[in-house]
Design a protein. Structure first.
Length: 607
């Protein structure tokens, strides 16, 4: 069968797509497809009751509904959920999806096939948009789930002690409630693409098997085959090479810090982004550290080694420079090293009763320390690199507006330097930006969407922005965006750092926006300028009456920066303000913030 433009009502492009599809179909699939397409037309064109079989209707009644829920802090879990939903819909599954907290808890027992994709935040905590669901699932109110089939994809970072804890806890609890795990949980490290793709394909395969036992399989997605839409060619796996236009130290002489304002050209990338999104940078390790490591192990820098499961290879030096993490130690890495190093002292440190010694050793050390402290037997480089994890990308909140600067992206990067165990250490990416690049050099970048940190859909809604140090970066993007759209007023910024004279990041920008009305209020806290340290949360308490009034008038609150200390303290301060100015109990204050979070009025981008 071959269509032509002359004998069909289709355009040339449609004919080309249809012929490409027809070549892939079996006779059985062609018959099913013809009935699927013809029945609705015959039914609509006649008032008589049709006796023809309705393939679409039969399929829908036989196929179980798939529910996909996500818990996402930075957007990775949500992005993966969108991919899963797309693949399920392409394979004609009925799908519903939402964040875990947006899902109606009372409907959990009605779910048929449940897929959960969730990250773990901080010290094993659920993401903000999964907190309520997580608490409900582990409460006595959680229903029995004997009729629910489930599978969990957990995202995490092996450098944290509680790796993938949220996903593991949810997976365990679903089983405790009687659910059936139809596909094993997969735990993903920061380089999650390959294991996540395997999980998606595995889940899809199991769902297809279940469907095929009830109805004839439909193996072709018509909508997908006929689609001619194309996505951007640049991504994490194919980054854009962005030219460095500016690289300025924002701190004045005498500061204890170095904060780089980086401007990159995106001309030709075809990128778009929104305030709240991040830029991913694929950094390079310090060449000096790479060379020291190769010398220590007496390897040949030009030896070819594999860099992925697809069989691609690079020279050892390039692989260690750009593809593998060598600046941080993790427990899984040391356990694998214990298996191949043949070093008795390392094996002894890995014994269960020496857990605290192991934890202490991991702090502030890198791969060079490991091979010096526990010299391995003579190991081939190709064997050694197999235990290394891929270089994690670095995500930085975008500090500029696409509408204001469509061919550029601005970042605010704090340089990390410290001394530990007799050596000076540097952040991998921040060290590269501060010390090893020049204007005109290029960085490998891509846009990382963050749908959970966005300006209000109601552009006139008031916003309160709390961002000490480099946490102020997205708020510069927020205000550039509002300025480009002509939105003035109803915005309040809390900024803090060490010293007014040396650390007031983007001072001239804030002052200009205050003058023009783009920014209506600003409160600052410089902790080292007074005998008693003052932080942004202290300024919030000083203005608690006004703060509460803004909340009652529908203000959206945004917090960006350090999760472990600042974000926790700000959260507790918000509770204090609600207790004091709203005459609320602590329980009611926490519920107030929970409702704000569900309404997208309390958003955090913390790290």
């Amino acid at each position: 069968m071959h269509l032509t433009v002359k004998n069909s009502p289709f355009s040339e492009e449609q004919v080309e797509n249809l012929n490409r599809l027809l070549l892939t179909l079996t006779d059985k699939q062609k018959i099913w497809l013809s009935g699927y397409l013809a029945y609705p037309l015959t039914a609509d064109s006649s008032n008589e009751k049709s006796t023809a079989p309705n393939a679409s209707s039969s399929l829908q009644t036989a196929v179980r509904e798939v529910t996909v829920l996500f818990g996402s802090e930075t957007g990775n879990a949500q992005s993966l959920t969108e991919t899963i939903v797309q693949k399920l819909e392409e394979n004609q599954f009925k799908v519903t999806s939402s964040s875990l907290d947006d899902f109606k808890q009372k409907d959990l027992k009605k779910v048929q096939d449940l897929l959960i994709v969730t990250s773990t935040h901080g010290e094993g905590d659920p993401p903000d948009n999964a907190l309520s669901f997580f608490e409900f699932l582990h409460s006595r109110k959680a229903p029995k789930l004997e009729d629910v089939r489930f599978s969990v994809l957990a995202l995490g970072d092996q450098s944290y002690e509680f790796f993938c804890k949220t996903g593991r806890d949810i997976d365990k609890r679903l089983e405790e409630l009687g659910g059936t795990r139809f596909y094993p949980r997969v735990d993903c490290d920061v380089d999650f693409e390959e294991p996540a793709a395997e999980w998606i394909e595995g889940v899809l395969g199991k769902l297809k098997e279940a469907r095929e036992s009830q109805v004839s399989a439909v193996t072709v997605s018509i909508a997908n085959q006929l689609s001619t839409s194309e996505k951007s060619t640049y991504s994490k796996s194919n980054p854009f090479q962005a030219e460095i236009l500016e690289n300025i130290n924002l701190n004045w002489r005498g500061s204890n810090k170095e904060t780089r304002h980086l401007e990159l050209s995106l001309e030709g990338a075809g990128f778009t982004f929104e305030p709240g999104d991040s830029l991913g940078i694929l950094p390079e390790n310090d060449p000096q550290l790479v060379d020291q490591l190769i010398k220590q192990l007496k390897w040949n820098a030009e030896e070819e080694v594999p860099i992925n499961k697809q069989g691609e290879s690079r020279s050892l030096r390039e692989a260690l420079l750009s593809h593998f993490e060598i600046s941080k130690l993790t427990k899984p890495l040391l356990k694998q090293a214990g298996e191949i190093f043949g070093n008795s002292e390392l094996i002894k440190m890995l014994e269960p009763e020496r857990e605290e010694t192991l934890k202490s050793y991991l702090v502030g050390r890198d791969l060079l320390d490991l091979v010096r402290d526990f010299p391995p037997r003579e190991i081939p480089a190709i064997e050694f690199v197999r235990i290394l994890r891929k270089m994690p990308v670095r995500l930085y909140s975008i500090a500029s507006s696409y509408k204001a600067n469509p061919d550029e992206v601005h970042l605010t990067i704090g340089s990390v330097r410290y001394s530990a165990h007799g050596r000076t250490r540097r952040g991998v990416c921040s060290g590269q930006i501060a010390e090893r690049v020049n204007l005109g050099d290029r960085l490998s970048v891509y846009i990382h969407r963050n749908p959970n940190f966005k300006l209000p859909t109601d552009k006139d809604a008031p916003i309160i922005m709390i961002g000490p140090g480099t946490g102020v970066a997205p708020f510069r993007s927020f205000l550039e965006e509002r300025e480009s759209e002509g939105i003035t007023g109803n915005s309040w910024l809390f900024f803090g750092d060490q010293h007014f004279s040396t650390d007031f990041l983007y001072q001239l920008d804030w002052q200009r926006w205050l003058k023009t009305g783009v920014l209506s209020k600003m409160d600052v806290a410089f902790s080292r300028d007074t005998a008693k340290k003052v932080y942004v949360q202290h300024r919030m308490l000083e203005k608690s009456k006004d703060f509460y009034s803004w909340l009652e008038n529908g203000a959206h609150v945004y917090v960006c920066g350090d999760e472990k200390n600042m974000a926790h303290d700000v959260h507790q301060t918000l509770i204090q303000i609600l207790e004091k100015e709203g005459s609320m109990s602590r329980e009611n204050a926490e519920e107030y913030l929970t409702q704000m979070r569900k309404q997208k009025r309390y958003q955090r981008d913390v790290y």
